[in-house]
Write a protein that binds this ligand. Sequence first.
Ligand code: ADP
Ligand code: 5GP
Length: 200
Amino acid sequence: MKGNLFVISGPSGAGKGTICKAFMKKHPEVYLSVSATTRKPREEDVEGVTYFFVSEEEFRARIARDEFLEHACYCGNYYGTPKDKAMEQLEAGRDVILEIESDGAMQVRSHFPEGVFIFVCPPSLEELEARLRGRGSETQEEISSRLEKAMSEFHRAKKYNYILMNDSVDAAVSRLEAIVTAEKCYMPRNIDFIDKEFLK
Ligand code: ADP
Ligand code: 5GP
């Protein structure tokens, strides 16, 4: 059985990275895709672990070589999902998570309608802003740009399969575990087994 592809999006500061990190600690059997980006590394970033940091020239060359499953420009920086690694993991039966913004998520949806699309939602707009400011990784100008961009993310929430409320990190991780488990049991993903094992 192939792995399932989970795409996690939501406004900047909603807690996508925090949830994925906590989830991965409990579920090392899942593969969290490492994106390429042209943005500058933050203090906590680790090359090859949080991102592959590349120049714009290199990013364009990778687009030309068709190396991305999807790519997008977000607040002035480019981000893309390396295709080969994610595909290889899915083929090997491993569940894969992409933590990407909504332009990229919609590109993935057009190639992979069978993917599972999850929108991470903060409890309120005030809390979103507080989390973004509290993270302290962006300038005032970048925070404003990300808050503005958050609105277009909310407008796309209805294009996702699940809304994942991030009130507390533990509760959000439990919800994500429930989604991953439910998707494993989803009939269309299991009907081949019934056919082959019992109806051959
Ligand atoms: P995103 O990846 O969606 O941009 P982050 O995971 O970086 O967001 O989270 C933004 C900030 O909010 C971080 O400082 C993080 O520690 C904090 N945070 C995340 N989830 C919660 C939560 N449930 N409650 C309080 N703070 C949170
Ligand atoms: P950050 O700069 O905060 O790490 O990421 C900014 C935004 O880019 C977040 O919404 C994050 O989910 C998204 N992102 C990260 N990697 C990718 C990617 O490979 N493709 C796309 N489309 N978005 C990404």
